[in-house]
Design a protein around this ligand. Structure first.
Ligand code: MLT
Length: 330
């Protein structure tokens, strides 16, 4: 009798272990250091996926471009060689044109407006990019405005910008925005930026305050200008092929984990941005705020919107997405 009860307990234990055994692995790549809000988002996602799936799905995180550049990884995500990624939006645009609407210069006025807009546009965006690129956004991280850093001079006007060697993401919208300001920017992959700054191949770059701190740009850059032209957005994205291979309950768990993780990352970024500004000043950087002639920057960059419609999914999509986002932000 005692033996039978023992055997029953053992087989029940075996059944329970089978039910909670890990069945799927998500390899998640991103290009930032482990102190960056991007990594905090990845950790929050991994924890929640484990919890909400009862351990059936495991997330393994690979920071600092360990699996390849953002441009390479997104192609691997499309064919499910890598399952998930948190890249900058500019690096998603080449495989899913409709995301380009989020790169239009001077789209958002602040982070709060961006959060409302990004959450509102998620579903219609997914309808398009699952088709265009074989990828799905679980949520969209936001890290504040991209700010311009350089090692040559304070940039307080458009005139100060002229002649500087500024690195930008290899993205046509970003390149054309800088061209609208009279500059010939230098497109370059993210992984090469620190060394290029160090060696003087470029004078400056533009990314959020938190990146200037976590990537140690204060060691090689002196001046910061809040050019306000683009809020850094980066999706927590997943391979659509992988997502469709999951049973519905796991799809829901993974989606919920992703939506919550970006909220954690946004909050961490808000706190870290304040800290980064203090820290960067302490390191001797000169923060000169917005350009004195910001209206000129805005006018020039907003002027190129119509020329970009064709490469961001068409005018109709731009109008519907921007209307949806501005309504949500009210
Ligand atoms: C870039 O400038 O290429 C990106 O913003 C870097 C990043 O992914 O943080």
């Amino acid at each position: 009798m005692i033996l039978k009860a023992g055997a029953l307990a053992l087989s029940l234990f075996a059944l329970a272990s089978t039910a909670f055994a890990q069945e799927y692995t998500i390899r998640l790549s991103h290009g930032d250091n482990e102190t960056n809000p991007t990594h905090i988002t990845a950790l929050a996602f991994a924890e929640r996926v484990a919890e909400y799936t009862g351990g059936r799905v495991e997330v393994k995180i690979f920071p600092a471009n360990q699996l390849g550049s953002e441009e390479e990884v997104i192609r691997a995500v499309r064919n499910n060689t890598i399952q998930a990624q948190i890249p900058a939006m500019a690096n998603v645009h080449p495989v899913a044109p409709s995301v380009g609407v989020l790169l239009l210069p001077y789209l958002f006025k602040n982070s709060e407006e961006a959060h409302a807009g990004l959450d509102a546009v998620l579903a219609p965006m997914n309808d398009r990019i699952t088709q265009e690129g074989g990828i799905r956004f679980l949520g969209i991280l936001e890290k504040g405005f991209r700010v311009l850093t350089n090692s040559v001079r304070p940039v307080e006007t458009l005139e100060d910008l002229q002649g500087l060697k500024i690195r930008v993401s290899p993205n046509e919208i970003v390149i054309n925005t800088f061209k609208s300001w009279g500059l010939d920017p230098i497109p370059m992959g993210w992984g090469e930026v620190f060394t290029a700054l160090q060696q003087g191949v470029i004078d400056g770059q533009e990314n959020p305050y938190t990146t200037a701190q976590t990537s140690k740009f204060y060691e090689i850059q002196k001046y910061i200008t809040e050019i306000h032209y683009m809020v850094w957005t980066g999706p927590l994205l997943i391979s659509e092929q992988f997502y469709q291979s999951l049973p519905t309950d796991l799809q829901e768990a993974v989606s919920r984990a992703g939506q919550e993780a970006v909220v954690v990352g946004r909050a961490a970024n808000a706190v870290q941005t304040e800290e980064a500004m203090v820290f960067l000043k302490e390191q001797g950087m000169v923060l000169s705020g917005a350009p004195k002639d910001e209206e000129k920057w805005i006018e020039a960059a907003r002027g190129i919107w119509p020329s970009l419609y064709a490469s961001v999914g068409g005018e109709e999509w731009v109008l519907s997405a921007t209307t949806l986002m501005s309504e949500a932000a009210k």
